[in-house]
Design a protein around this ligand. Structure first.
Ligand code: F6P
Length: 258
């Protein structure tokens, strides 16, 4: 399998995979920050590469939110379920983002297009400790969380820290504090610095960054020059089995060591 992966990657993709110490990279031409059609091509490529990544079998797919994931979902098709069975489950409830890009919407869309089952997680993600404790024991929520913890496939994106702080309408105080800690990226409700160290954790509800280590099939979908630092930092955290679908905008900056 390793040889096959080697053969399927261009020299640049191989260099990027080696640099980030992950299994596989695919680099789409262009920079999605400058050209929206590049984001669509990232999504198209992610949907295509998922065929190559997944063997035949049954999958519980944990699905994150964001505009990259929402765009990728539109390229999913019933072909994926020809020799596979799917349950899609969102990695978290709402984080105050617009409905169409929430994890719940993306996983539901993927389930519809692939022909799999979807499990929703209708819980606001920024709960108090007390509300969190009582919600966690609700039978339907407990059930969804237990399915999520059994996920054997993970699809997610990585965000630029500043963009995510603004999208989530963080207070000025919080933004200054995260900037003081040099936050460059965000994924799974965690803001991290260039060394991949978590400087702030937004929520404990849903899939945690520590859970991804043991998920055998994991694909990160993220591109654009403004995400280069975030991708590079997060990959220090990502397990070796990770596949990354990105674009030249991010890849060129990462390979330049910027
Ligand atoms: O909010 C969900 C999420 O997956 C974040 O963890 C990530 O930072 C962000 O979306 C990426 O969003 P976009 O694809 O819009 O840049």
């Amino acid at each position: 399998k390793f040889m096959r992966l080697l053969l399927n990657m261009s020299a640049k993709e191989k260099a990027l995979a080696d640099y980030l110490n992950i299994q596989f990279c695919r680099i789409v031409p262009g920079d999605s920050d400058e050209d929206a059609s590049v984001l669509d091509e990232i999504g198209n490529t992610a949907a295509k590469e998922l065929h190559a990544l997944l063997p035949a079998g049954e999958f519980i797919v944990a699905v994150a939110g964001g505009s990259t994931m929402a765009q990728a979902a539109e390229h999913f098709s019933p072909e994926l379920s020809q020799n596979r069975k799917f349950i899609f489950v969102p990695t978290r409830g709402g984080l105050g983002e617009s409905m169409s890009i929430q994890a719940n919407s993306v996983s539901d869309r993927m389930a519809q297009l692939v022909g799999g089952e979807n499990m929703a997680l209708f819980v606001p993600d920024n709960l108090s400790e007390k509300a969190y404790a009582s919600m966690k024991s609700e039978p339907s929520i407990k059930h969804t969380l237990s399915v999520m913890k059994k996920a054997n496939c993970l699809l997610y994106s990585i965000g630029n820290a500043k963009v995510m702080m603004e999208r989530r309408r963080m207070s000025h105080g919080m933004i200054s504090s995260l900037e003081a800690h040099n936050a460059v990226g965000e994924a799974f409700g965690c803001y991290f610095n260039e060394n991949g160290e978590i400087v702030y954790r937004l929520s404990r509800f849903g899939l945690q960054i520590e859970d991804i280590e043991k998920i055998p099939y994991a694909m990160a979908i993220a591109g654009g020059s403004t995400k280069a630092k975030a991708i590079k930092a997060f990959m220090k955290y990502a397990p070796h089995q990770t596949w990354l679908i990105t674009d030249e905008g991010a890849a060129n900056l990462i390979l330049k060591g910027e």
